[in-house]
Design a binder for this molecule. Structure first.
Ligand SMILES: Nc1nc2c(ncn2[C@@H]2O[C@H](COP(=O)(O)OP(=O)(O)OP(=O)(O)O)[C@@H](O)[C@H]2O)c(=O)[nH]1
Ligand SMILES: [Mg+2]
Length: 300
């Protein structure tokens, strides 16, 4: 590696559901971070790496920033701000369809006050009339001293090339920090838990996904090369357990089947997945559960 290379951290920050994880996956061209239509899907920081020219860009997906209630929530929001703190540059991502809500303005003001390099990404432009986009972009650009403003659709890829070029040129000069082939540092155990949680977010409603956490208990490679994965799903309430299991076990079977298929594709091998649902009231206030979710416990 010579002096002409560039490498740096880029944090993706924003309100829940703005499309941060979709953007991370789009920019890296891989499924690294889970995506669902529900807010607060991402719970911890997720690294996604791409190479462009002589640059290695280390993207950091973060949990959406919201008003936290539980200990878990506080750890999530702290992880998001910590991501911004440690980054060379920050992308503030805004849902253009939703517009400049009070929480978006608050996040922009707080980010602006840090004096860091921030660029604005207006996302979901595929959902907005072209005529409405320009005034929105102008108003949004005035929220903080942004280095650049991008209008993209993380879903369709529209506008993403420009953003890739910008990031490749904007990260500081320096040697690559990860091997060239690496896409993430997410361990397979955590990936497995995340993929199961994604299915829970997709297949259950109301409080159930928020009252649930998933941990991989064992991950073993079999002689035939298949992965044998055992995961436990902790639920906060007995009622949630019944919903997750479903009539005659139908829901948990479907969650397992879809997660297994997805994991087999991502890990590129046969997967045997075993799920167990366990009641654990108060898990979202438990330091060990918070740490298992890839977070620092805010109480320490
Ligand atoms: N139409 C459209 N939908 C998008 C776009 N980007 C993301 N979405 C959708 O918006 C929803 C939320 O996307 P995520 O990527 O999970 O959002 P997030 O910001 O990571 O959300 P949290 O992790 O909950 O903070 C999903 O249903 C995505 O498919 C986009 O550019 N256009
Ligand atoms: Mg996310």
């Amino acid at each position: 590696m010579n002096e002409t290379t560039r490498c740096g951290f880029v944090a993706i920050i924003g309100a829940p559901n703005a499309g941060k994880s979709t953007l991370l996956n789009r920019l890296t061209g891989a499924k690294i971070s889970i995506v669902t239509p529900k807010a607060q899907t991402t719970r911890s920081r997720v690294l996604g790496i791409f190479l462009r020219g002589a640059s290695q860009v280390l993207l950091v997906d973060t949990p959406g920033i919201f008003a936290p209630k539980r200990r878990l929530d506080r750890a999530m929001v702290a992880a998001a701000w910590g991501g911004a703190d440690e980054a060379d540059l920050v992308l503030l991502i805004v849902d253009a369809k939703l517009g400049l809500t009070a929480s978006v303005r608050e996040i922009a003001a707080k980010l602006g006050a840090t004096g860091r390099r921030i660029s604005l990404v207006l996302n979901k432009v595929d959902l907005v009339d072209r005529a409405a986009l320009l005034p929105l972009a102008q108003e949004a650009a005035a929220m903080a001293a942004f280095e650049q403003v991008f209008m993209v659709s993380a879903a369709t890829g529209d506008g993403v090339e420009k953003l890739l070029d910008f990031l490749a040129g904007a990260v500081p000069a320096g040697p690559f920090l990860y091997p060239e082939d690496d896409l993430t540092d997410l361990p397979d155990r955590l990936l497995a838990a995340e993929i199961v949680r994604e299915q829970i977010f997709l297949q259950t409603r109301d409080e159930v996904p928020y009252g649930t956490t998933v941990e991989t208990e064992s991950f073993a490679e079999q002689k035939d090369g298949a992965a044998r994965i055992e995961a436990v799903i902790y639920v906060a309430r007995a009622g949630h357990k019944a919903i997750l299991i479903g009539a005659g076990g139908s829901r948990i079977r479907d969650i397992g089947a879809r997660a297994r298929r997805e994991l087999a594709a991502l890990l590129d091998r046969k997967v045997h997945l075993f799920l167990r649902v366990k009641e654990r009231p108060g898990w979202d206030e438990e330091a060990a559960r918070i740490r298992a979710a890839g977070l620092n416990d805010p109480a320490v």
